[in-house]
Design a protein around this ligand. Structure first.
Ligand code: NAD
Length: 259
């Protein structure tokens, strides 16, 4: 593994436009479970119950959605960025990361200090809520207070429309601007690094393919194998926090301070 880390450090130092692509696995070391690993959310809930269409069509489904989402909100409320988020933010500060494309909804890249305008959230954010009718935006904490007081399905105080966290549900359209921007940047970069994603959720998972097809080198850092491992130039299976800390250390040790 050490050799591979050295070679990835070389790649980082010689690349001009680096994209970091993250999934739930970059945040498990902060204490947020991923969806597909043992103990993940889909062992407890059935994803078919949480489609956008069901949310729109049934009060019972909306109640269930808010119950699941409230559980996720509480598990996320006091989490902190971990060494992987910190290493990614540090790599940006030393000028080595152009953007983060994330499937995560937890906001931890920004909390670790990564420039918010360079984080593309493909699946939205759990930190705000919107009215599906008039689009009024609410802070998540404010809406959760209502839920905590017993409101099972919160509604817009302006127009009575349905409130939903600004996360993308199954069956809900991907955010157009973010998806287009992520595809464009993936196609332009010269190094694409995947960290902590099973690479099975599309269209997000097509980004490494777009990058590779357009000539970028592809690095995958993930605990388990992914459908793209054969396509990658380097694959390291292990902890995102440990591996990213070693990579950051390697990069720092090779950058000569300006005299
Ligand atoms: P996933 O659950 O499908 O896969 C996570 C991957 O991360 C797994 O392959 C696992 O092997 C790997 N992993 C777990 N812990 C790791 C660690 N410490 N170091 C390295 N690898 C680790 O997640 P996904 O690919 O992001 O797709 C699931 C969807 O669920 C996404 O759309 C995402 O929006 C959402 N989600 C987000 C969060 C979050 O915001 N933190 C949490 C759960 C799910």
């Amino acid at each position: 593994m050490e050799n591979q880390i050295d070679e990835i450090v070389d790649l980082i130092l010689t690349s001009q436009d680096i994209i970091i692509f993250t999934g739930a696995g970059v945040s498990t070391e902060s204490g947020i479970p991923d969806f597909r690993s043992p103990g993940g959310i889909w062992e407890k809930y059935n994803p078919a119950d949480f489609t956008y269409q069901r949310f729109l069509s049934s009060e019972e489904a909306r109640e269930k959605y808010w119950q699941m989402s409230t559980e996720f909100y509480h598990s996320m409320k006091h989490v902190q960025p971990n060494p992987a988020h910190e290493a990614i933010a540090a790599l940006e500060r030393i000028g080595k990361v152009s953007s983060v494309i994330t499937q995560n909804i937890d906001g931890l890249h920004q909390q670790a200090g990564f420039s918010p305008e360079k984080v593309i959230e493909l699946h939205g954010t759990s930190r705000s809520v919107s009215c599906l009718s008039c689009k009024k935006k609410y802070s998540r904490d404010v809406v959760q207070e209502l839920v905590g007081q017993g409101v099972k399905v919160p509604r817009c105080d302006e127009c009575g429309g349905l409130l939903k966290p600004d996360t993308i549900s199954f069956g809900q359209a991907m955010p157009e601007r973010e998806t287009a921007e992520a595809s464009r940047r993936s196609g332009e970069c010269d190094l694409f690094i995947v960290i902590g994603s099973s690479l099975v959720v599309h269209p997000a998972a097509s980004m490494p393919f777009i990058a590779k097809e357009n000539g970028a080198k592809l690095v995958i850092i993930n605990r388990d194998s992914t459908p793209y491992d054969n396509l990658a130039d380097y694959v390291i299976h292990g902890s995102a926090g440990t591996i990213m800390s070693s990579i950051l250390q390697g990069v720092k040790s090779r950058i000569t301070p300006i005299q």
